[in-house]
Design a protein around this ligand. Sequence first.
Ligand code: NAP
Length: 292
Amino acid sequence: MDKNLKIAVIGLGLIGGSILKSLKNKQYELIAIARREETIQKAKEQKLADVYSTDLSVIKSADIIFICTPINKIKTMIDNVIDHADANAIITDVASLKSFVMEYVDNLQKPIKFIGGHPMAGTEYKGIDSALDDLYIEAKWVLTPSKNTNKQDIGILTNIINNTGAKAVVADAKQHDSAVALISHMPLFLSQALYSYVNNYPDRDVKELALKLAASGFRDSTRLAATNVELAQDMITNNIQNVLNASNGLKDSLTSLEDLLSVDKEKFFELIADIAKSRMNMYTEDGKNKLL
Ligand code: NAP
């Protein structure tokens, strides 16, 4: 444990609030920074940190700084953090996309100690009231080194991430963005399309019955459609090419399943049995990804 490290968290929403909750009582000194006084009051009521402020200058003494604001505020926030942080502070972020952040950091005139981050955990809710103390338990937390990142800083950040309950996975930013298009952003798109198709089904009586009968299958397949709208817009627009590529690949996959169903039912049954087995093997019984 890196005792006495001072950790600042900027943006106390679902992700930032959950970082504070998961690092509470772990012997770090925690500094909570929010935009609105109301959010600071809520953080104080829950005793999430040791220092609270709406003024960014409090990050001056921080060793580690987590930027947890929406994606569309990250670049401005990096500039603001540079103006106030110590030159030796390790700065990280949590944005769901990494290429644009890493390109921005790698092209800064003055090098900074920045390591990109993306915790692979979330819910459809937003704001400090939705923060959870167990959000990161067993979650993967992607780290994307910048051109100036050294191994020691990766080690320090990895220790902190381990203390949230997550597991750090170092990855290339571009590969990360392609991968999350497959498992997060295209499924968001799919979930929106599925919900919209059913909700706008032309036979009104059938539609109303379907929505009345909808249980866990429909709920799980459309959960992402309820994603925080600012986040959904930012994820799709900032990863548009990867999302469109993945969405086109998905259409091909659907078409090939349809073709097989109409020409060879036996083969179709074999294929869906293989798919079911592979999907069953991917997760443990309590829903944890077995890989890594
Ligand atoms: P959120 O719950 O809406 O929280 C965002 C927080 O940022 C709010 O508390 C807001 O403060 C604060 N904020 C907004 N503009 C600010 C500014 N200019 N200065 C300081 N604080 C500001 O969103 P979130 O889900 O935590 O997402 C935050 C980041 O996490 C995003 O970059 C997202 O890509 C990433 N992420 C999200 C998920 C997910 O599933 N939600 C998963 C992984 C990563 P106020 O409370 O004062 O309004």
